[in-house]
Ligand binder design. Structure first.
Ligand SMILES: CC(C)(COP(=O)(O)OP(=O)(O)OC[C@H]1O[C@@H](n2cnc3c(N)ncnc32)[C@H](O)[C@@H]1OP(=O)(O)O)[C@@H](O)C(=O)NCCC(=O)NCCS
Length: 182
């Protein structure tokens, strides 16, 4: 793979959850993906109409989208889609980082933030699916301890998040709180 000339430069952007008003920025990001990244991300489907409709759907079906935002543009995104058909609370995740800024740790930062959101939503498992030749996605998934297997001609990565932590609740003290003496 060709290394980005920006590889060692610090980022100027932020990683944050996208707001409803970010839909046009997310759509523009998907439309800027080059042919190979589109193919890797969408397993072959690459036309603009499909990507525009896809962006729209994500913002209307409750998908969580985390973005890497620089100069008011979304240049990378991580999506968390619910898989209510699976027995455990499971999220299907997907990533896209524009080619000029790939290999600079942005995919990893999006992944970290996505895991945080997934835990907050009570997911116990994350799944990522890609084609077996997608070395970048496989490396990224392994970095986050995904167990990789081969299913229906695809590589499936599964990450176990465990059960949501139960907060330690303390009974509230009744009666007046006495000032402590120093
Ligand atoms: C997959 C993708 C999101 C990775 O994003 P990224 O910003 O380049 O990822 P990072 O820079 O955080 O790299 C993550 C790890 O993968 C490794 N990696 C990245 N590209 C690689 C490649 N082509 N081959 C092997 N390893 C690679 C990195 O070395 C890094 O590991 P390290 O931190 O131990 O060095 C990005 O390549 C992309 O958007 N590809 C097109 C869309 C796609 O394939 N999506 C996945 C399907 S859902």
């Amino acid at each position: 793979m060709e290394r980005s000339p920006l590889k060692n430069q610090p980022w100027r952007g932020v990683v944050r959850q996208l707001r409803p008003s970010d839909l046009p920025r997310f759509r523009e990001h998907l439309l800027r993906l080059d042919a190979e990244s589109r193919h890797d991300r969408f397993n072959g489907v690459t036309n603009d109409a499909y990507l525009s409709a896809y962006a729209e759907r994500c913002f209307h079906d409750g998908t969580t989208v985390i973005g890497y935002v620089e100069d008011d543009k979304v240049l990378g995104a991580a999506e968390l889609h619910e898989r209510p058909d699976l027995p455990e609370p499971t999220g299907e995740i997907a990533f896209s980082v524009e080619r000029e800024i790939q290999h600079r740790g942005i995919g990893s930062a999006l992944f970290e933030r996505l895991i945080m959101n997934a835990r907050g939503l009570g997911y116990e498992k994350l799944r990522v699916t890609t084609h077996p030749g997608n070395l970048a996605m496989k490396a990224l998934a392994r970095k986050f301890d995904a167990h990789l297997s081969f299913e229906n001609l695809e590589t499936v990565g599964e990450i176990d998040l465990g059960k949501p932590a139960v907060p330690e609740l303390r009974p509230r003290r009744s009666g007046p709180v006495r000032a402590s003496h120093w």
